[in-house]
Design a protein around this ligand. Structure first.
Ligand code: PEP
Ligand code: MG
Length: 323
């Protein structure tokens, strides 16, 4: 529950039994942020920072990063904004970062792996988030986390940067929660252990689906595997939700699955209470959830977990939502 009262028209859904579902937005820039706020997003669950690094010849300076982040944070003043650190590599190559050629970029030096190899890049981005975040409810999220050590090393960098800002008397946001994308099956399976180091989890169903089903995202011939309603993926999501509940860590979903009204129902049935999606999907998901019967969705989710195929899982939740 948030201390801030919901603004009129805000996508926050109160259901029976005190269940509250918050709809947040995925944004990449200030224009996106304005569209998301206008569509009623109650926060930003995924601020993709890659856009800042693309289409240029060198990394953005700290000042450029601060200005770009401030423009977005200003639109969502008073609301939670989760800034994801640079997720370069995989489907998001950045030419000037001189990454070595990889036979399999999705399994290569991506996300937090790349940032930990380049401490100057990591620390400049963290500094920019802390400075821009001053006076805002800003949170930091790490992409592509596979093991606790990545979180431990990033937290050490975060604390180093904060200590330097404090010593210099530079105004900055603090404390700032540090969470992770759960998008690698290993992280989902060990979420209970990662909870000792992560302040929150956000499930990235796009990558979690591709890595679980060993099917490249966007592959033209493998579209049938691009479905987070696959029972194997649902089981991993259930594992993360259980680990989050046991350790009192918030769990949200920020992959495309959250934008699919049927899968959104399934996610609520699995216990997810915050869904983050592109602005254009907010109204449809709001409609799909606004009269939801949570116990019915929970029963549907149990049936979906036991289903054999994504189609059967979707049918199970559709049936439960109609009852
Ligand atoms: C995801 O993997 O689900 C996700 C939200 O991140 P991205 O699509 O940017 O990889
Ligand atoms: Mg991802």
């Amino acid at each position: 529950a948030s201390a801030r009262p919901a603004a009129p028209g805000e996508r926050r859904i109160r259901l029976g039994d005190g269940v509250e579902i918050a709809l947040w937005a995925n944004v990449s820039g200030a224009a996106d942020a304005r569209a998301a706020r206008a569509a009623g997003a109650a926060g930003v669950g995924l601020l993709r920072t890659e856009m800042l690094f693309l289409d240029r010849l060198d990394p953005p300076s700290e000042d450029e990063q601060v200005a770009a982040l401030r423009a977005i944070l200003g639109v969502f003043a008073g609301c939670p904004v989760v800034v994801r650190l640079l997720d370069a590599g995989g489907d998001k190559p950045i030419p000037y970062l001189a990454m070595s050629a990889e036979a399999n970029p999705y399994l290569g030096v991506r996300g937090i792996r790349l940032l930990l190899d380049r401490p100057e890049l990591l620390e400049a981005q963290i500094r920019a988030v802390l400075i821009a975040g001053h006076g805002h409810d800003v949170r930091i999220m790490l992409p592509m986390v596979t093991e606790a050590d990545e979180l431990v090393r990033t937290r050490a960098a975060l604390e180093r940067v904060q200590a330097a800002l404090a010593a210099a008397g530079t105004p900055h946001a603090w404390p700032v929660p540090l969470g992770i994308m759960v998008e690698v099956p290993a992280s989902a399976l060990t979420a209970a252990r990662l909870a000792a180091h992560a302040d929150f989890f956000s499930i990235g169903t796009n990558d979690l689906t591709q890595y679980t089903l060993a099917a490249e995202r966007g592959h033209p011939d493998l579209g049938r595997f691009a479905d987070a309603a696959h029972p194997a993926v649902l089981r991993l999501i259930a594992e993360v939700v259980a680990a989050g509940a046991a350790a009192d860590r918030p769990v949200s979903v920020c992959g495309e699955a959250a934008a699919d009204p049927q899968v959104a129902r399934l996610l609520v049935g699995l216990g997810v209470r915050t869904l983050s999606m592109g602005a254009a999907s907010l109204a449809g998901v709001f409609r799909a959830l606004s009269a939801a019967d949570v116990p019915a969705l929970e029963a549907g989710a149990r049936a979906a977990l036991a289903a054999e195929t994504p189609e059967a899982a979707r049918a199970a939740i559709a049936e439960a939502a109609e009852t």
